[in-house]
Ligand binder design. Structure first.
Ligand SMILES: CC(C)(COP(=O)(O)OP(=O)(O)OC[C@H]1O[C@@H](n2cnc3c(N)ncnc32)[C@H](O)[C@@H]1OP(=O)(O)O)[C@@H](O)C(=O)NCCC(=O)NCCS
Length: 211
């Protein structure tokens, strides 16, 4: 029988370490990791119980909640959607030191890490990451599976498409838009519009390669 706050986590790498501690801080009890690593290996005291093909069996045994702790945006979203189809509850985890506005709208399976801020009327899509000390200003739209990396800042009314990777310390001027699956490099400053499926770096951020 599974406890009400027992949680299985997909992944056993660096991001999983952060998510294990986030989950504990948010009142959850991580009891097993789903990962190709050897069964029985532990990360911060949580054992690997099998890979993610074990998910249907765990759900059938009464384990109701899961969280995907994978850094790759497309993979995190795809596996999260598969867990949802199985029937798992996919909690959004918010660290107690983060601020999330009561008027912000958050989907499922999202991580909001320590000291992050999500301001008024922002919308955060399923399986997004708002990483350590990131700022999502009022009325932003962060698409499903996007990652707002540590200490980055989205000014008001910025839109990130699905699975955007907004790099560490990057900044977006208010009203900017960034197309789906695009990467903004560390420290970049987005001024205006960046296309889908590109990598853009620098100040102001310019496309360097198409993906
Ligand atoms: C933009 C990025 C994705 C490019 O990665 P990459 O393809 O492996 O790039 P490389 O390291 O091979 O660098 C290629 C060139 O781009 C330059 N470059 C790389 N990242 C840059 C950045 N953020 N800003 C400006 N120039 C950058 C490099 O100096 C190099 O220039 P050169 O060809 O003149 O020597 C990566 O550097 C980056 O910024 N990632 C963000 C990581 C991050 O935020 N992680 C947070 C995890 S929580």
């Amino acid at each position: 029988m599974s406890g009400d706050f027992d949680l299985h986590i997909v992944g056993a790498g660096g991001h999983a370490k952060v998510i294990i501690e986030l989950a504990r801080a948010a009142g959850w009890n991580p009891i097993g990791l789903l990962d190709p690593a050897p069964v029985g290996a532990t990360v911060l005291g949580v054992p690997v119980v099998g890979d993610d093909s074990l998910a249907p069996q765990l759900f059938a045994e009464g384990h109701a909640a899961a969280f995907v702790a994978l850094g790759r945006n497309e993979l995190r979203r795809r596996i999260g959607s598969r867990l949802r189809a199985i029937g798992f509850q996919l909690p959004t985890l918010v660290h107690p030191s983060a601020f999330v506005s009561p008027s912000a709208v958050l989907g499922e399976g999202i991580a909001v890490l320590p000291q992050a801020v999500v301001h008024a009327c922002a919308q955060i899509g399923d399986f997004a990451i708002v990483n350590t000390a990131a700022v999502v200003e009022h009325d932003c739209i962060v698409g499903p599976g996007a990652h707002v990396a540590p200490r980055s800042v989205l000014g008001g009314n910025v839109t990130l498409g699905e699975e955007v990777f907004f790099g560490i310390g990057a900044v977006a001027r208010p009203l900017s838009t960034i197309g789906p699956r695009t990467t903004i490099g560390a420290g970049g400053v987005v001024v205006g519009e960046i296309a889908a499926d590109v990598v853009a770096v620098g100040v102001p951020a310019r496309q360097v390669i198409g993906k």
